[in-house]
Design a binder for this molecule. Structure first.
Ligand SMILES: [Zn+2]
Length: 109
């Protein structure tokens, strides 16, 4: 499961940053092109945090639509999935955003 690998890296980073403090919630932003299913990620988060300082923490997942620029017509357009096609029909596009994943915030005590 693709989400498990991503979630494990999030949990690693969160636990490291928490430095022994208890983690109550984590908010992550994932680009639409990461093809992450938020529900699957929530489920993996529950498993991945077992036995860590983030056990029982809430995970919020914000999916950010991607953007790309077309090299053929110069237009910019939104990407909601992995189909990288400009409305003009060209597939010669630069992905600007949508492949990133980052931790936006976390609540610790
Ligand atoms: Zn185009």
């Amino acid at each position: 499961m693709h989400e498990m690998a991503i979630t494990l890296s999030v949990v690693d980073a969160v636990c490291e940053h928490a430095a022994g403090r208890r983690v109550h919630s984590v908010r992550v932003e994932v680009g639409a092109l990461c093809a992450v299913v938020p529900d699957s990620m929530q489920f993996c988060f529950g498993l991945a945090t077992e036995g860590t300082v983030a056990a029982g923490a809430r995970l919020d997942v914000d999916v950010q639509p991607g953007r790309a620029r077309c090299r053929t017509c110069g237009g910019e357009f939104g990407l909601s999935d992995l189909i990288l096609l400009c409305p003009c029909g060209s597939a010669d596009v630069d992905v600007l955003t949508g492949r990133d994943m980052r931790i936006l915030s976390m609540e610790v005590s």
